[in-house]
Ligand binder design. Structure first.
Ligand SMILES: Cc1cc2nc3c(=O)[nH]c(=O)nc-3n(C[C@H](O)[C@H](O)[C@H](O)COP(=O)(O)OP(=O)(O)OC[C@H]3O[C@@H](n4cnc5c(N)ncnc54)[C@H](O)[C@@H]3O)c2cc1C
Length: 389
């Protein structure tokens, strides 16, 4: 059996970060990855440009049963630490909006930085799947399809359930349960909503239309773009609100947050409604969505009745959408829920039930909003575990 100081399951964002810092501390590290190559999610992230962190990061950008859990790790390794790292490698990046930092080039540059940080000091076994973990005295024994390895420290960095085709598996939850940890119910998150069959027909007439909207659900509101699809609704505001959505809950949408319908009508009395709305909404949306109200688009604004104003308010400012569901783990960027933080130290990521066992990244019940927060959690939690192995 091959013996190491540290075994890390999963060479994704968190596992690679941990490997880089554990090797810096002189530890012998084995990374085991079931994909043929490391960091596949990093490569596809941010539309190929990796939104690697955010200018503003704190625990309020994360959802967890314990809203304080992420604080310590985010302080020990901050967004500025990661920005310093990418600057050392002269990576060119830009702020897109809302503090989100993206590579100017490709996501591969982030992966390359992590691989260079690890250098040749760690052993990386790709195309090798962990099937079982045992504890023998003080040592963790890790069984794969190719062999058996042991180490006094085991870092579980195998991620959540989103995107099975990228290598996602439930091994982290199995290991956690085996050592007495609870799992907070998991759900696909940062994911598009699907519509019921009737609505699908309506939405498909405006599929491809994108507009700024305010979307609210579960006590949270986001004002960003939404996108109509053939199957439902997507876009940043929808992905964000999906993190707070509970089954069968209504999602309220204001399709015109920057203008009020009554003000538009009053200040455009001589124009038709169709022309009056052109400044605030895309043409196809006006025709297909507002045009649901019979003959209204060709009416002069001054001729629109109070009943019609109420209808307009309902479909434009107070539209309640009941999603049929979500696009599921197949399309979800992350998994909400996961290993309960109850018996994990927020300062070290070590299990309080089994010394030497660490959980990091998306395995834990810590889910960030869209905007670089999930990678920052991977960097911070990965760093912290590496300091304590
Ligand atoms: C399409 C997409 C775009 C995204 N874009 C962004 C973005 O721009 N910014 C952002 O902050 N977040 C983004 N995310 C989320 C981000 O990718 C994840 O939160 C992050 O990758 C989690 O890191 P992790 O290391 O915990 O897990 P992962 O990156 O999922 O890594 C886990 C690794 O473990 C391996 N593994 C699983 N089971 C086993 C096993 N049994 N044996 C061996 N290996 C195993 C997997 O193959 C995988 O490589 C995106 C996600 C997706 C799907």
């Amino acid at each position: 059996m091959n013996k190491f100081d540290v075994i890390i399951i999963g060479a994704g964002a968190a596992g690679l970060m941990s490997a880089a810092h554990a090797t810096k501390r002189g530890k012998s590290v084995l990374l085991i990855e079931s994909n043929k190559s490391p960091g596949r999610k990093i490569i596809i992230s941010g539309g190929g440009r990796c939104n690697f962190t955010n200018l503003e990061v704190d625990s309020t950008f994360y959802v967890s049963k314990n809203k304080h859990f992420s604080k310590s790790a985010l302080k020990q390794y901050t967004n500025w630490d990661f920005i310093d790292l990418v600057c050392q490698y002269d990576l060119k990046y830009h702020e897109k909006s809302l503090g989100q930092l993206f590579c100017n080039g490709t996501s591969k540059e982030i992966l390359n930085i992590l691989l260079k940080e690890i250098g040749k000091s760690a052993t990386m076994n790709c195309d090798e799947r962990v099937s079982e973990v045992m504890k023998n005295d003080e040592l963790y024994e890790v069984k794969t399809n190719r062999g058996l390895y042991s180490a006094p420290s085991l870092i579980v960095a195998s991620g959540g359930l989103s995107m099975p085709k990228m290598g996602a598996s439930d091994i982290a939850y199995k290991i956690a349960r085996q050592f007495g940890h609870k799992i907070i119910e998991t759900e696909p998150a940062l994911v598009p909503f699907t519509a019921n069959e009737d609505l699908k027909k309506e939405f498909s007439t405006i599929s491809g239309v994108s507009l700024l909207a305010t979307v609210s659900c579960g006590g949270q509101s986001f004002s960003e773009n939404i996108l109509f699809t053939h199957r439902g609704l997507s876009g940043p505001a929808i992905l964000k609100v999906s993190l707070y959505w509970g089954n069968r809950e209504k999602v309220r949408t204001n399709f015109m947050p920057m203008a009020d319908i009554e003000t538009i009508l009053k200040s455009n009395t001589k124009k038709t409604l169709q022309n009056a709305l052109k400044e605030s909404l895309p043409t196809r949306f006006i025709e297909m969505w507002v045009g649901q109200i019979p003959r209204i688009l060709s009416k002069k604004c001054s001729e629109i009745s109070n009943k019609e104003i109420a209808e307009l308010r309902e479909i434009l400012h107070e539209y309640d959408f009941c999603p049929a569901g979500t696009e599921g783990y197949r399309k979800a960027e992350v998994t909400r829920g996961g290993i309960s933080t109850d018996n994990v130290s927020s300062k070290t990521m070590e299990s309080k039930l089994s010394p030497g066992l660490f959980f990091i990244g998306e395995t834990l019940d810590v889910t960030g909003l869209l905007g670089g927060y999930n990678f920052q959690w991977a960097w911070s939690s990965g760093y912290v575990a590496a300091q304590n192995v």
